[in-house]
Write a protein that binds this ligand. Structure first.
Ligand code: ADP
Length: 365
């Protein structure tokens, strides 16, 4: 009987539980044994009761639950070969040679490295007497499939990562709440949103809330961003708008590569010689990550989980490590490392040409 393990790694995202549920149940449906690795790569390295057999009912109620119930971690040991050697040993001791990982590009890069090193790791386990040849023989190839779980929507090659629409919904809800009070007091709010080096959340939140101005890392602001922002906001105010919302991605930059911070924007809006707006900063922080998954994330997680189990069962030693993507509403398999490479080279958020126009629809409502 094939044994398939599922783990979550890197930053948590709503929909990860739905992913685990789908993988566990699909694995059982396909006649396999399902396992969960708790605490991300830490669980693989430490083994023991962090690798647990899962039954159908163990994941009951997980579909909507936020966060990840099997835990996640950033694991230093897995960056080292010694850590990956321990991980390989724990997998063999549990009879597992198929792994589905839901995480960000870091976690998936680690997975690809582990897979390509696998034959060497097995040799080392044998040559150092940690395992016997007979124990290892039926596990000569490691099959790995990636699922992209991240609120940032920061991987190239897929339209949406599991969790990004939940985070976006939460940001929009928060901005709606802020708008009511902003409008009452005629205030300005600088809202900082997550996304690490990616501006997708800030961009989409800007479009979805009709924000006055946004800052994203993919489109560094020109040197005259101060005049540009103040000009637009002044115009909106002149037309009677009583609230000002500026959304700033945590990775926002200017052309010189300097960070643009919420404090800089606030000081500018509040400047007595300029707009002189009563301005507050709201850092949404971790509320963006928490809470139940929106319908889209539950659906994506479930469809992709089903596909991941199929992919891991069909993988051959020759096929490159794949991840499950969604492109134009279709669930597809794609080579993992190409997407990771593209992510480093292409700014995904500005592949969206239509956003400039969409943003220009904002004004005095
Ligand atoms: P994310 O998956 O959200 O991008 P990280 O980049 O923090 O998050 O990666 C999560 C974990 O994946 C790391 O703590 C580490 O254990 C593992 N990992 C990441 N990159 C590598 C790598 N190049 N080699 C081995 N393991 C890695």
């Amino acid at each position: 009987k094939k044994k398939i393990a599922i783990m979550t790694s890197g930053g948590d995202a709503p929909g990860m539980n739905a992913t685990v549920r789908a993988c566990v149940r699909m694995a059982i449906h396909m006649g396999c044994d399902a396992y969960c690795v708790y605490e991300g790569y830490d669980g693989l390295v430490r083994g023991g009761d962090l690798i647990r057999r899962m039954e159908w009912h163990d994941v009951r109620g997980w579909l909507s639950e936020g966060g990840t119930l099997i835990g996640t971690a950033r694991c230093m040991a897995f960056f080292e070969r010694a850590g990956r050697l321990k991980a390989a040993k724990n997998m063999i001791l549990n009879g597992i040679d198929a792994l589905i990982i839901c995480g960000g590009d870091g976690s998936l890069t680690g997975a690809d490295r582990f897979r390509s090193e696998w034959p060497e790791l097995l040799e080392e386990l044998i040559s150092t007497g940690q395992l016997k040849k007979e124990q290892v023989n039926q596990y000569r190839h490691l099959n790995i499939v990636g699922l992209v779980g991240s609120i940032d929507n920061d991987l190239s090659g897929t339209d949406a990562t599991i969790g990004c629409y939940s985070a976006l919904a939460r940001i929009c809800y928060a901005v709606d709440l802020i708008e009511a009070t902003a409008s009452s007091h005629s205030r300005a709010f600088v809202v900082e949103v997550m996304g690490r080096h990616c501006g997708w959340l800030a961009l989409m939140a800007g479009v979805a809330t009709g924000a006055d101005f946004i800052f994203i890392p993919e489109k560094p602001r020109e040197d005259n961003w101060r005049e540009e922002m103040c000009g637009i906001i002044h115009e909106h105010r002149k037309r009677g708008k009583r609230k000002t919302i500026v959304i700033i991605a945590e990775g926002a930059l200017d052309r010189q590569g300097n960070k643009i911070t919420p404090e800089m924007v606030k000081d500018l809006l509040a400047d007595k010689n300029g707009l002189a707006l009563d301005t507050r900063i709201t850092t949404l922080g971790h509320v963006q990550r928490g809470g139940t998954a929106v319908a889209y994330d539950r659906m994506l997680a479930t469809l992709q989980g089903v596909e991941a189990v199929k992919a891991v069962l069909e993988a051959t030693p020759e096929t490159p490590t794949c991840f499950i993507a969604v492109t134009e509403n279709k669930i597809t398999r794609k080579p993992l490392m190409e997407a990771v490479k593209d992510t480093k080279e292409v700014a995904k958020a500005i592949e969206r040409q239509d956003f400039e126009l969409a943003m220009s629809l904002r004004d005095a409502e």
